[in-house]
Design a protein around this ligand. Structure first.
Ligand code: PLP
Length: 446
């Protein structure tokens, strides 16, 4: 079909999520007719003439220059994620941690301040505590459930609120609409890490978030093969409100360009790409973008199964005498159930934690005795995964920080995969039985 024809249909008909996860951002390759997105494995692009080259580098015209800044395969991934999230656009990165750093770096200057949920992924806590400190940016940690704490933490130098849709691994659900409203009262953007929920389960922009970041490494890729991250911006935040000279004023790093005035809705995203990605260099590879596109094609189908399996496993654990404090936010007894009903009607994801009887040893013995669950430091794989956060992903955190993040000595985190759920429960049952009998098996790599 011609491009004109496709544009007309898109203008007349609002396509559903399942259709957009397969088609958004891509037209079959006009040169070859290739239906799959081609992997443009190239560093650079031949310019038509010196004038076009200059116009591209001046950002007067949009054209491919160099794959550290843009690449046609990566562009399809970016456009598809932006479409699924309901954002103005997206910029992809080499990892989730690179994406969130770049998203913050673009709007922060030395002396600034960030208000962040205390229940973040351990790697994010490290990044905020150490990397932001090196940038002379202060952080105030708040209990994400305490709306007054978000409000009270704002300082004259505060530039952004930061939280996770569902905390890792505490399972707290962010009241996105309420926290966004407080941020906006102070003319600040809300940045949300939606890695655990993906655009299928919640679209934070619809609830007032301004910037959404993802580790695509997890459910978006979905098969544990590739590292990647992506930043999506709503395009509605007023970066010219006086608090963000770094986005609004003439930029010394781009010969005096005023990104917000020049690009409006796309000002922040253009700065994120043309300056931050250019200068920090953590670009997504075209091959990884291709794999993430394969992941996105089945996102809704996989997430439905992840969600159903995870709830069944959580309900099993809730009834087990060697498990306690099962922190799955969709369980009936969970304090987060009202927020799940509001924000996550399709389910609260597939990553949650619980406490094992016997503390640290109990948790580690259980992991040793499992046979089907893979013991590793990732989440969001099609395969089921298990880890002991206090000795691994959250190892650098102090006792107070562990408590704030909902991690105890015996806490075990599960990322529930797509296997037959009976097999997952069977494996947990046999592992608990071994632990109870004092026969934890020696570790075997799975
Ligand atoms: N955000 C969350 C919630 C995560 O769980 C992780 C990694 O585990 C990241 C961000 C960082 O992503 P990546 O490992 O792709 O850098």
């Amino acid at each position: 079909m011609s491009t004109d024809g496709q544009d007309r249909i898109e203008a007349e008909h609002a396509f559903g999520f399942d259709t957009r996860q397969l088609h958004a951002g891509q037209r079959p390759d006009p040169n070859t007719g290739a239906r799959a997105v081609p992997i443009f494995q190239t560093t650079s692009y031949v310019f038509e003439d010196p004038e076009s080259a200059a116009a591209y580098f001046n950002l007067q015209e949009y054209g491919n220059t160099y794959s550290r800044i843009m690449n046609p395969t990566v562009a399809v991934f970016e456009e598809r994620v932006a479409n699924l999230e309901g954002g103005a656009g997206a910029v992809a990165f080499a990892s989730g941690i690179a994406a969130q750093h770049a998203a913050l770096f673009t709007l922060l200057e030395p002396g600034d301040h960030v208000v962040a949920s205390s229940a973040l992924y351990g790697g994010s806590v490290n990044q905020f505590k150490h990397v932001l400190r090196k940038m002379n940016v202060g952080v105030t940690w708040v209990d994400p459930d305490d709306l007054d704490a978000w409000r009270a933490a704002v300082q004259p130098t505060t530039k952004v609120f930061y939280g996770e849709t569902v905390g890792n691994p505490g399972g707290n659900v962010l009241d996105i609409e309420a926290v966004a409203a407080i941020a906006h009262e102070h003319e600040l953007p809300l940045m949300v890490d939606s890695t655990f929920t993906t655009p299928y389960l919640v679209r934070p922009i619809e609830w007032g978030a301004d910037i959404v970041v993802h580790s695509a490494t997890k459910f978006i890729g979905g098969h544990g093969t590739s590292l990647g991250g992506v930043v999506v911006e709503a395009g509605t935040f007023d970066w010219s409100n006086g608090r963000f000279p770094v986005v609004a004023d003439p930029s010394p790093a781009y010969h005096g360009l005023q990104f917000h005035e020049t690009f409006g809705t796309y000002g922040y995203l253009m700065k994120l790409r043309a300056e931050t990605l250019r200068d920090l260099g953590a670009a997504m590879t075209p091959f990884n973008a291709f794999l993430f596109l394969q992941g996105l094609e089945t996102l809704s189908l996989r997430m439905d199964r992840h969600v159903a399996n995870a709830l069944a496993v959580a309900e099993f654990l809730e009834g087990h005498e060697l498990a306690s404090n099962v922190r799955h936010p969709a369980l009936h007894g969970s304090p987060y159930r009202p927020l799940v009903d509001k924000y996550l009607p399709r389910g609260a994801g597939a990553v949650f934690s619980f406490d094992c009887a016997g503390g640290r040893e109990g948790g580690q013995d259980l992991i040793r005795a499992l046979t089907l669950w893979s013991h590793l430091a990732n989440v969001g794989d099609a395969k089921s995964l298990v880890i002991h956060p206090a000795s691994t992903t959250h190892r650098q955190l102090s006792d107070d920080e562990l408590r704030a993040g909902g991690v105890g000595a015996g806490t075990v985190r599960l990322s529930v995969g797509l296997e037959s759920v009976d097999d997952l429960i069977w494996d947990l049952e046999q592992a608990f039985a071994l632990v109870a009998a004092g026969h934890a098996a020696p570790a075997v790599a799975r």
